[in-house]
Design a protein around this ligand. Sequence first.
Ligand code: PLP
Length: 397
Amino acid sequence: MWKSVAAAPADSILGLTEAYKNDPNPHKVNLGVGVYMDNTGTTPILQCVKDAERILLGVEQSKSYLPISGDPQFGRQIQRLVFGEGSDIITNDRAATAHSPGGTGGLRIGAELIKRFRPEAATWISSPTWANHRGIFTAAGFPIKEYPYYDAASKGLRFEDLLATLNQVPAGDVVLLHACCHNPSGVDPDEDQWQKIAAVAADRGWLPFLDFAYQGLGVGIEADRTAVTAFAATGVDFFVASSFSKNFGLYNERTGAITVVSPTAEEKNIALSHLKATVRVCYSNPPAHGGLIVKTILSEPTLEAHWRQELAAMCGRIVAMRQALVDGLAARGVNQDFSYIKRQKGMFSFSGLADETVAWLRECKAIYVVGGGRINVAGLTSANIDYVCDSIAEALR
Ligand code: PLP
């Protein structure tokens, strides 16, 4: 079957991690991989997760199937997290949520669902974006188009171009947006800009699909939902894919959700029926453990408060490392202005390092950065920050 088939290309970021693991240099630093690391360079299990698992061990009675869309209490808690307590969407019962295998599973289920009812639609993705966006929506059968997003010259958003393009998107097409912590650039629209984008969606009739993979890792849980709130206020249909890989540290539990928002509760019920039908033919019903952990934490005020603390600590460490990198480079007499790194949000940063510098850092210093210059700021620690700053300063000299 496979003799005459060319091998599929390896995932470039996972390949980088493999090369990092095999590198014998004792000073090696991995700024490529997309997971949070603490100040010791490890990806920890949150204490609130351990506590929830202890509770689950005592109360879980059965491993029988979950409902197709997951535990209903999980869905309710996710809606509270995504939209905020007292949101009109919750009060008027306008959202259907299905527990999905990770944010990736949520994106794919959302894409499959839309494809059933919008077979002619294209999906618009930001230029640049997380590589899997193109892969997921292509796999679901959508032609892909790009809207302008990141401006390499100003290290900011191409907001006017973005808005002009979104104004031309045909009604019915899907526009995939990073709700916060844009991956790979770290550049997000501000509140006013989100409101303008949402107004264009309402005016033009394209379908917003928000990828919400980093809630709580940009500014905070509430501030990071600015985009969601802007679309919610318009009353239009929209989709939100949540991931709990980063903000709960549940990477290998594959825990996420897909939420479909409709203008009325009646329409939501129809959407829910088709959401379930889509899940049924993809993976039948979700894996339980990660969702039970999230549900347990969000249903128990003490655990939720603890989670918020731990998440704020992760977010705070990322912000502190951004500052340390910018200050460290300035202290070494690097002339280039890196202050934009402090303005970016989330784990990722377009560092502005050229591909030759990225290659030099890897070959000569064992510092691993993704091509294009994206760094995972959470890969910086108090033990490696001086080495990284020294190395970048040397490269730029
Ligand atoms: N969306 C974006 C922008 C991401 O960066 C990621 C993970 O890196 C995901 C979605 C998917 O996350 P998950 O691991 O939960 O599938």
